[in-house]
Design a protein around this ligand. Structure first.
Ligand code: PNS
Length: 183
């Protein structure tokens, strides 16, 4: 059994691609959304959970959960033996390697498994999706239709000027902060 931890704010087609791949190699896959008190998300944890549940309802071996604190502690609590993470490009590698090795230090029996999403999603990130959607740009190629609708609803009463100053869209992802090249 594996967990696929992340922020998923919002879930993208890249995330969905990874869930599809993960569901084929693990008997059970838990998509685990981090409750991060340090971040102001665009979508609440509950909204993200509901959206991912709807998007993964066709997979018998995928479920969605939320967690607080360390990923290794959550993994232990659900008896997961692996952590699934996606690597889109070499710019992801350094941070992912650091996180995988730190997680191994904290919990040696937990393996991190990296998978590559389809190459046509290699430039897709939740941060860019938030930014484009906030400015009224097209995100249909980057996120499932359901997420596109939810993004439109989120920003429908916001003027483009206000959107560009919005805290939720201005925040870089935790992953992005550590990288020199932001995808
Ligand atoms: O989707 P993201 O933002 O790249 O996911 C990052 C996430 C949630 C996997 C990472 O920040 C994480 O594991 N956070 C939980 C706290 C923790 O375990 N920190 C130590 C990591 S070595």
């Amino acid at each position: 059994m594996a967990i696929y931890p992340g922020s998923f704010d919002p879930p993208t087609k890249g995330h969905l691609d990874l869930i599809a791949r993960g569901s084929r190699i693990f008997d059970e896959l838990v998509v685990a959304i981090l409750r991060n008190p340090d971040k102001t998300p665009l979508f609440s944890v509950e909204e993200r959970k509901e959206m991912i549940e709807l998007l993964t309802s066709g997979y018998k071996n995928v479920r969605v959960d939320t967690f607080e604190g360390l990923t290794v502690d959550y993994a232990t609590s659900v008896r997961a033996t692996a952590v699934l993470r996606g690597i889109r490009a070499i710019s992801d590698y350094e941070y992912e390697l650091q996180m995988a090795l730190m997680n191994r230090k904290l919990q040696p029996s937990l393996e991190t498994v990296f998978m590559m999403p389809a190459e046509h999603y290699s430039y897709v990130s939740s941060r860019l999706v938030r930014e484009i959607a906030a400015m009224g740009g097209p995100v249909g190629a980057l996120v499932p239709g359901l997420i596109e609708q939810r993004l439109r609803a989120k920003f429908k009463n916001t003027s483009p000027a206000k959107r560009s100053r919005s805290k939720a869209t201005a925040l870089p992802s935790r992953r992005g902060k550590k990288r020199s090249t932001q995808l």
